[in-house]
Write a protein that binds this ligand. Structure first.
Ligand SMILES: N[C@@H](CCC(=O)N[C@@H](CSC=O)C(=O)NCC(=O)O)C(=O)O
Length: 360
């Protein structure tokens, strides 16, 4: 088990904000820090709690979100753990690493770098999608099947690519002012060139708009908030419209909300953070019924699977509690198969309900 040391702790809304340090294998065995908000345990009558992963933007550390967004109040209320990793490895000592705010330290862009030097340390994609969840799972009581991811700006880009590349890992994804099409903006071009080199094909694997165009998709809706007075939006670093267009063509559900007068700062994030946290909470717990649409089939066939997927995609949006798949006698086997196929979606399964629910 990875050794994790608690280096700070403060009580907050009856829970605790804690900071941890560990040696990260993804980040070239450098020391990495992350912050966690632990909601009060008496509010959550379950053994293993769901986790929200927050990815911050350029120049941030694991502490920005905890200090500025005011997310703890609502996480405390809803019983959600909030985990905030750092935005890059620190102290690799690579040439050019500390020359600018938008590359190197504090600007890891959530990719696995392949360029000389950087490839040894800058593996933030693996860090946030594999190593950190593994650490959470092996050291603490978290539910590995209930993870959601969100972020801001560079971290919004990070959240979108994590969810699109690993659609079965996350229950939901949202973003504040994400860098939505990094291949087409100055920040992204500089970062991808520095971390991935010349090969544009490898850039496409870390660009949310490109991923959607390639057919990557998540079940349910993506939520994005964008302030209209955001200077980085005006400078065309964020390009949410490109992402929106790709989603429309690909049939990916997206709610892109333009928020009048808001800028790129944490004042904007603090204003809408409750919406985003509720959005994720609703998608982490719901009831799944094995409905009669599966008929008498005892095998969870491709057709059945697609039917269930369609139900989830059309219903999960509204408020998360509206997804039902119900099962009558003899459908236990199907329920088990549904669970295996959609494990991240299943909150509760009801079986052995009366056949007269057939018409539901
Ligand atoms: N220092 C830079 C701008 C840096 C900046 O605005 N960073 C944003 C994220 S931008 C995209 O990833 C941020 O979150 N800053 C930290 C904060 O606490 O506000 C410049 O001067 O242009």
């Amino acid at each position: 088990m990875a050794q994790v040391e608690k280096i700070a702790s403060a009580k907050c809304f009856q829970g605790y904000v804690c900071r941890y340090s560990h040696v990260s294998s993804s980040l070239g065995n450098l020391e990495a820090k992350f912050s966690v908000y632990w909601p009060p345990t008496d509010k959550v009558p379950i053994e293993r709690q769901p986790v929200l992963y927050w990815l911050s933007g350029l120049t941030c550390t694991d502490e920005n979100m905890m200090m500025k967004a005011g997310a703890q109040r609502i996480c405390s209320q809803l019983g959600l753990i909030l985990v905030c990793p750092d935005t890059s490895p620190r102290g690799a000592g690579l040439p050019g690493e500390d020359d600018a705010y938008d590359f190197g330290t504090g600007a890891g862009f959530y990719v696995n770098a392949t360029t000389p030097g950087y490839s040894q340390y800058y593996r933030m994609f693996d860090y946030v999608t594999k190593e950190l969840p593994q650490i959470m799972q092996s050291n603490f009581k978290v539910d590995p099947s209930k993870k959601s991811i969100f972020g801001h700006s560079m971290g919004g880009h990070g959240a979108l690519i994590c969810a699109l590349k690993l659609p079965n890992e996350y229950c939901s994804v949202s973003a504040f002012a994400p860098i939505s099409n990094p291949m087409q903006c100055d920040w992204g071009k500089k970062a991808f060139h520095g971390y991935l080199g010349e090969d544009k094909e490898s850039w496409r694997q870390y660009d949310a708009t490109e991923l959607v165009q390639q057919g990557h998709k998540i079940a349910g809706k993506i939520l994005i908030d964008q302030g209209t007075e955001d200077n980085f939006y005006k400078q065309k670093q964020l390009l949410p419209e490109n992402f929106e267009k790709a989603c429309q063509s690909a049939g990916q559900q997206l709610e892109l909300r333009f928020q009048e007068g808001y800028d790129h700062s944490y004042y904007f994030i603090a204003t809408f953070i409750e919406d985003h946290i509720r959005f994720h909470a609703q998608r982490q717990v719901f009831v799944l019924w094995l409905q009669q649409l599966l008929g008498e089939e005892s095998v969870f066939s491709t057709t059945c699977r697609e039917q269930v997927r369609n139900i989830l995609e059309t219903n999960i949006d509204s408020d998360g509690w509206k997804v039902f798949v119900c099962g009558g006698d003899g459908t236990c086997n199907l329920v088990v198969q549904v669970l295996q196929y959609f494990p991240w979606k299943v909150g509760v399964v009801l079986v052995r309900v009366s056949r007269n629910l057939r018409g539901l």
